[in-house]
Design a protein around this ligand. Structure first.
Ligand code: NAP
Length: 304
């Protein structure tokens, strides 16, 4: 038996198409959605990732402004740029790309991204809104997991879902999105004990720990749907997830690949969020109503 492959490629294409179409609608009102990416590192894989966002934005007709402050930027430098972008009306979405230089407080900086431009859900205000079910931009990676499940028609309501990882950018917001979709959610972390105690009876297992091979076939069952969020760069430069794919594929019902799964959808969602932010900011609606999309799927309507 081999698990079904839950590819993200077709879905990513659908989302990019939607972003392009919505962007064209805005052009009729002379508005061009613009995403600003602030970066302060020499890390090659981060630069590669930002270039992939730039390319995707360009092909979707979305402006992408990369502000590279270099690896020796100070917190003050970064804060200054973020404050400027926050008030610049031609910029609709802002990403502060990690890693940041040593000593720079990420928490202090993400709070400078106004929620209506926080298209990757980094500001704690966005996470708070998500927690209470108010419209907010969820972190794109967390959202891409629920979009992949929905795209492949994997039922979530009433199912037991285990999220491995509790970061503010992936694990926690994902747990909230799954909860919003009526799953029974368990969140695991480095101190929650043997993984199999939690994952063995789960219908859906999402692994977002940044540990190559953390989940293997012995942790799952024949009915498990497994989503691999991990992106680990191996010594030979190749990309691996957190799942031992060969082992899990032989046991589980379905598995998302790395690459070609969550990552491709994440980039597309950043673009769609930027277009939605531009639409809301140009609509004249009050600021507190511009803060992102409802917590249901961006492509499908969950409730009438
Ligand atoms: P992170 O901030 O380092 O958080 C990792 C989480 O995993 C922590 O909550 C940690 O627990 C938990 N963990 C670590 N080892 C564990 C173990 N042995 N058993 C159970 N839990 C364990 O990482 P992140 O930013 O959330 O990212 C997670 C992964 O997703 C990384 O591989 C990252 O590259 C990837 N990612 C992918 C995308 C994409 O678009 N595809 C985007 C963002 C991130 P504690 O809290 O107890 O330390």
């Amino acid at each position: 038996m081999s698990a079904q492959t839950l590819s993200g490629k077709e879905l990513a294409g659908d989302i990019r198409r939607r972003a392009r179409e919505q962007g064209r609608d805005l052009e009729q009102d002379s508005i061009r959605p613009v995403l600003a990416v602030v970066i302060a590192t020499d890390d090659g894989s981060t630069h590669w990732y930002v270039r992939s966002i730039e390319r995707a934005a360009e092909s979707a007709g979305i402006g992408c402004r990369v502000i590279d402050l270099g690896h020796d930027a100070t917190e003050q430098d970064l804060a200054g740029v973020l404050r400027d972008l926050a008030t610049e009306s031609s910029v609709h979405g802002i990403i502060l790309q990690t890693p940041l230089p040593a000593g720079v407080r990420t928490d202090a900086l993400v709070g400078l991204i106004p929620p209506e431009k926080d298209i990757d859900g980094a500001n704690p205000l966005s996470l708070g809104r998500l927690a209470v079910g108010q419209p907010a931009f969820a972190p794109a990676t967390a959202r891409s997991v629920v979009e992949i499940l929905e795209h492949h028609r994997i039922p979530v309501a009433g199912r037991r879902a285990v999220v491995v990882g509790r970061s503010a950018v992936v694990g926690k917001p994902l747990a909230l999105l799954l909860l919003e979709r009526d799953a029974a959610v368990t969140v695991c972390h480095s101190r929650s004990g043997p993984l199999e105690n939690h994952t063995a009876g789960a219908d859906i297992v999402v692994v977002a720990a940044g540990r190559t091979g953390l989940l293997n076939g012995s942790h799952v069952s024949s009915s498990s749907v497994v989503i691999d969020v991990g992106t680990n760069v191996l010594a030979d430069g190749s990309l691996a997830g957190d799942v031992d794919a060969d082992s899990v594929r032989g046991v589980a019902a379905a598995l998302s690949p790395v690459p070609g799964g969550v990552g491709s959808v994440t980039t597309a969602l950043l673009l769609l969020h930027t277009v939605e932010a531009a639409r809301r900011q140009s609509s004249g609606m009050p600021r507190d109503q511009q803060q992102g999309t409802p917590t249901h799927s961006v492509l499908h309507r969950r409730r009438p």
